[in-house]
Write a protein that binds this ligand. Structure first.
Ligand code: 13P
Ligand code: SF4
Length: 357
């Protein structure tokens, strides 16, 4: 019997042999990337979380960078930032547990203000989100009057609220071009901004933010991979520096990268992104050889099974966003989602320009 009492945060769950057997199908999916000795530790948490999430009518949203035991063990929906935001906007659950970083949980709260949104570790931040404030945006608007501000979702709700429209790595070019202007201010990732600039005639004014994980990859490193592994297919996230993206056969969001492996039918792949992503993708493509230049996101790795269990037991830490900030951020995110639905800018763009500029 599982000795975990549902709301006792100090108890370490245990499993008997029957319960362990019932979890075998879950372990079967991840056994190539999670050693048995580790699964023995994870399994009681997976069972306890899955039981408690049903009792709480909770949904677990996990980013592609989460570890396999989270990704395959407990998540109800997995994906890139755009996919997670879209799912958060439509879920019927009472509770959303965000297995990702803080800005992702804020986005869920902004889109579902009536729901309880939990982030298992409030310290799960992001170097991009930390690189810009609403005051910085106010200064940029003074310097470039009338130029719309396009903000990557890897930002705080307050920064989103000070922006005109959001974008993700999956839709950045489409969003920039949807505005119909000849210039945009693009925040905060300089490398994603440069990549967007290389794909459009719109002039892109950059901010100097960077992802501490992706900025560590280098072009020479990838050239070495090409030499050492003939026929390799290089797939990179657009948060990487330009010399890395120049070497890539495909550049796209984390979900776009997975789609590309399938479409290209590649047999040898190097994924130039966060480590856990290769583990998760390797499960889906057992016949593909993955070469893994591994850079960990320390923020994503703060989310662990014991912390998820604790969050479900205590319904904390819950993410709160000031209602006025949430309304502003929602407008920017909904404009982005409307672009994806082919509705140009969705909610009108001009009022925010006038109010903030
Ligand atoms: P995606 O939206 O492509 O999943 O990227 C989010 C992220 O944080 C990448 O570092
Ligand atoms: Fe932020 Fe980079 Fe981590 Fe993504 S990988 S959450 S951009 S620090």
């Amino acid at each position: 019997m599982n000795r975990l009492t549902p709301h006792d945060s100090s108890a370490v769950p245990t499993l008997d042999a029957t319960q362990r057997k019932a979890l075998e199908p879950i372990y079967a999916r991840m056994q190539h990337v999670v050693p048995e000795v580790e699964w023995a530790v994870h399994a009681p948490y997976v069972a306890a979380i899955n039981r408690l999430k049903r009792e709480r009518n909770a949904v677990i949203l996990a980013h592609n960078y989460q570890t396999p035991e989270v990704f395959y063990g407990i998540a109800d929906y997995t994906g890139d930032s755009l996919g997670l935001a879209q799912h958060a906007a439509h879920t019927d659950a009472d509770v959303i547990v965000q297995c990702g970083v803080h800005f992702m949980a804020e986005t869920s709260k902004v889109l579902s203000p009536g729901k309880t949104v939990l982030i298992p570790d409030t310290e799960a931040g992001c170097s991009l989100a930390d690189s810009i404030t609403p005051a910085d945006i106010a200064l940029l608007r003074k310097r470039y009057p009338g130029v719309p501000v396009v903000t990557y979702v890897n930002t705080s709700a307050a920064v989103k609220a000070a922006s005109d429209i959001c974008c993700t790595s999956a839709n950045a070019v489409e969003v920039v071009e949807s505005l119909g202007t000849d210039r945009v201010i693009f925040l905060p990732d300089q490398y994603l901004g440069r990549w967007v600039a290389s794909k459009t005639d719109v002039q892109v004014i950059l901010w100097q933010g960077a992802c501490e994980v992706h900025e560590r990859f280098t072009g020479p490193q990838l050239r070495e991979y090409r030499q050492r592994h003939p026929g390799i297919h290089i797939i990179a996230h657009p948060e990487c520096p330009p010399d890395v993206l120049d070497e890539a056969d495909y550049v796209g969001s984390t979900t776009g990268m997975v789609r590309h492996i399938e479409e290209a039918g590649a047999s040898r792949v190097v994924m130039v992104t966060e480590c856990s992503m290769s583990d998760n993708v390797a499960v889906q493509f057992p016949s593909v050889e993955f070469i893994r230049p591994c850079n960990l996101c320390p923020h994503m790795k703060r989310i662990t099974l014991p912390k998820v269990l604790h969050a479900l037991q205590t319904l904390s830490p819950a993410v709160e966003v000031d209602p006025e900030v949430a309304a502003g951020a929602r407008l920017a995110v909904e404009r982005m989602l409307a672009v994806g639905r082919g509705q140009e800018n969705g909610p009108a763009l001009m009022p925010r320009q006038a109010a903030v500029g």
